[in-house]
Write a protein that binds this ligand. Structure first.
Ligand SMILES: Nc1ncnc2c1ncn2[C@@H]1O[C@H](COP(=O)(O)OP(=O)(O)OP(=O)(O)O)[C@@H](O)[C@H]1O
Ligand SMILES: [Mg+2]
Length: 280
């Protein structure tokens, strides 16, 4: 056993060793504490965040008007994660899985291969079945939804442990709760809790007006979410310009500019160093 009291001349004094060990331990603790940063892999997007990615486990609202690129952004981000060997789940309330796969093939993404390897699952859910199940459970359990949402249509398939989830869109879900905004609020809060417990990154698409003042229909989601990314397709004289903004991202330092976004036959690309308008 090493005797600290009998130190050879070559060894540094005891207090130096202790200080060094303490410093190393602190460094290790910091490494454990600091969140991991997950890249979207969408060209240019990750450069909007000083840390180069989204904090692991964050849930982010993907908000914007029709045709602004919300679906493509999520498909592209999940596909990039899948290419790095991560399992991903795309939940769709509107577009059929076949149509989504067609979009992906058009961008040259090899969806059929990753699907065969059980890395990418596209699951279609009926928002009305969820709304009916929520109503039935709330009526039975005095306004409470059971933890883990037992008895509800399964959002995450059994035995599938996704690294990232996209939900397209929670606005479609909200529409199914006609005249029952309180039931929707209870469900959405449980859903956020479920994702938090699963520790997955989630992208929740919300449809907004063309120039949104609110980023979700009820306003609850934007407060529950760790991040809000806003997609624009604004009219300037007789042309439309695409742009994107990180409105909020808890725990990250991000650019606070609205920056240009392009959609090409390779997918989305963000231009963090460029401006939408020329400044004279
Ligand atoms: N290959 C391509 N090249 C250029 N633009 C494209 C290409 N493919 C799609 N787009 C553009 O992307 C838009 C669709 O993007 P996306 O489906 O992601 O929008 P969204 O925000 O999800 O819309 P919605 O709210 O209707 O679901 C199309 O309306 C089109 O303008
Ligand atoms: Mg869409």
């Amino acid at each position: 056993m090493h005797n600290f009291l009998k130190r050879t001349e070559k060894e540094p004094p005891l207090e130096v060793t202790v200080k060094k060990l303490a410093k190393e331990r602190k460094k290790r603790e910091r490494e454990v504490e600091s969140p991991e940063w997950v890249k979207t892999g969408v060209p240019g997007f990750d450069d909007l965040i000083e840390e180069g990615g989204i904090p692991k486990g964050a849930n982010v609202l993907i908000s914007g008007g029709p045709g602004t690129g919300k679906t493509i952004f999520c498909l592209q981000t999940l596909y990039n994660a899948v290419r790095n060997g991560h399992k991903c789940l795309y939940i769709t309330f509107e577009e059929s899985p076949e149509r989504l796969k067609k979009h992906m093939r058009q961008f040259g993404w090899k969806i059929d291969t990753v699907e065969e390897n059980d890395l990418f699952v596209i699951k279609r859910l009926d928002p009305f079945s969820i709304a009916r199940a929520v109503e039935a459970l709330l009526a039975k359990a005095a306004g409470q939804l059971p933890m883990g949402m037992k008895g509800m249509p399964k959002v995450i398939p059994d035995g599938f442990n996704p690294y990232m989830i996209a939900m397209d869109s929670i606005s479609a879900l909200e529409s199914a709760f006609t005249g029952k905004p309180e039931s929707y609020r209870i469900y959405i809060e449980q859903l956020f809790r479920l994702f938090e417990m699963a520790g997955t990154m989630t992208f929740l698409i919300t449809e907004t007006e063309e120039a949104p003042k609110r980023y979700s229909r009820t306003g609850v989601e934007e407060f529950l979410a760790d991040g809000v990314f806003v997609f624009y397709y604004g009219k300037v004289r007789d042309i439309r310009l695409r742009a994107i903004e990180i409105l909020k991202l808890r725990g990250a330092k991000h650019v606070n500019k609205i920056v240009p976004l392009h959609i090409t036959n390779k997918g989305l690309e963000v231009f963090p160093g460029e401006r939408i308008f020329e400044v004279e």
